[in-house]
Design a protein around this ligand. Sequence first.
Ligand SMILES: *Cc1c(COP(=O)(O)O)cnc(C)c1O
Length: 387
Amino acid sequence: MSNVTNFGDQLTELKEQGLLRRRRLAGTACGPEMLIDGKPVLSFASNDYLGLASHPHLIDAATQGMLRWGVGAGASEYLGGHFPPNRDLETQLATFFGAERALHFATGYMANIGIVPALAGRGDTICADKLNHASLNDAMLLSRVDTKRYRHGDMAQLAQLLAQTPSGRKLVITDAVFSMDGDMAPLRELLALCEQYDAWLYVDDAHGFGVLGEQGRGSLAHFGIAAQRIIYMATLGKAAGVSGAFVAAERVVIDTLVNHAHSYVYTTATPPALSVALLQSLQLIAQGDALRAHLHRLIVKLRSGLADLPWQLMPSETAIQPLLIGDNQQSLKLSEGLRERGIWVAAIRPPTVPQGTARLRITLSAAHTEADVDQLIVVLHDLAQES
Ligand SMILES: *Cc1c(COP(=O)(O)O)cnc(C)c1O
């Protein structure tokens, strides 16, 4: 943390550390080919893993939804009414994930900061992976619970923490696919520990839903696990291509959230037209085996194509393929070098990732072609030669 009190000086300090964030103007819809700050680029920066964000079927569904239901929902679901598309989406999500119930939130960030404090409070314990998403960390602060963070993927440390936990509800929280690393949580082992110590397992599958498992059912399907004690959350703005999030769990959990999750109760309902689009998206996801197979081929191609770079790809089998650079300024320079050559990959720096692990976060999408990936491989090799 800075000890500078003046906002301007604080920003200057950030800039000197190579940590200033700057937004770039997107002049086209989300897709592989974009205009960024007026310049055509091939983008490897979105989480639109199946290429649904600009899919004509979704655009058509959203348009039909707006003609029928208008643009805005007008109020929260308690005050203004629970619209049928929003209700149908919850029913279909529950069915898709084999859960008793599902509850729909406006965004993944809102879902996490609402769900966690609703499920655990004073006297309870939360154990969380150190590399969990920022929204989960914020959620734990809001819950005012005694939180214990274990080293990334360290099941022995988690077992120790759970063994030392006094009475009260226990909740273990993890990303299923880690958003800045691309690796997966050991969900089987996590579930076994939660069974042993009678803890709930809260899984954030923002990057697994739609991409992994049979019919895109996500990380639980990928590992072939299911249990009443799993509370499954995923987002609808990544592979699903729209926006929003949901949680699927047993009925008592969902009823608890409907009553206690502030970010559900005290916010304007999702526009029903978006739910109409999401119902369409769910169908495309379920039928999307060809898209997932293509995405998988691109992942394999990228990894073999970048194996001999001076920078290491992190150990990931998912669509998130970070290239570890280390230094903040160097990662910015590389990101800039890529942009000059017509490729857009974001540099990810602290505090999003730990100090000294700045990286280029490459994300692949089924909307990319093999030729797109070849181009990225060639340009990264050019930059390696120059550096
Ligand atoms: C993106 C993300 C979120 C937040 O979801 P939004 O819908 O973008 O607010 C939550 N958790 C993880 C792991 C994410 O990657």
